[in-house]
Design a protein around this ligand. Sequence first.
Ligand code: IMP
Length: 194
Amino acid sequence: MTQNENTLSFITGNKFKFREVFEMFRKMKVKYDLIQKDIKTTEIQAETLKNVALFKLNSVRHKIEGSFFIEDAGFFVDIPLKGFPGIYSSYVLKTIGNKGIIDLINDFDGSVAHFSAVIALYFNPIDKILFFEGMIEGKVSETIRGKGGFGFDPIFIPNIIPNKTFAELSIDQKNKISHRGQALGKLLEFLKNN
Ligand code: IMP
């Protein structure tokens, strides 16, 4: 299929992520039409999200026409877990889950956690790979709270909205402050100018 030059593909199988990204694209008027492509990428166990993102991007590069991006995120409990689960976030969510993380923490008020996100964009017009990053700090919630969002959202309380977990925010509220929202803001700024 030949792709319109104003089409931008987001490679993800995660419908929640796509929804968040789609909402931001809808609001910021850019000339690109966003489409979801659920193509399997190869995930490696690298030291940094940026390297994971780059590897994923390269693993599907030959399968996609035109510009496309992938996004890789992680949940890091800096205190007391020294950054765990971090790059192991998917595996930890599938195994011990949110309850398992809570069980590892004694002092919730003293906990420090953050989400990081990296977007890797293959931008066809200049045949280059570009990165856009975002990060948000907060702490771990003592209980699993909220019905929105996905993944670790019900146990993350952002510092700037200290009475709510991410899962208690609307998509718009989360997008305004989140790691992904910040990375996307930078991507959209780039797209506006290119
Ligand atoms: P991924 O590799 O970027 O898909 O994310 C790694 C893990 O972190 C997955 O288990 C996701 O569910 C989780 N995750 C990624 N982004 C978020 C988020 O915005 N909120 C909560 N969990 C997330």
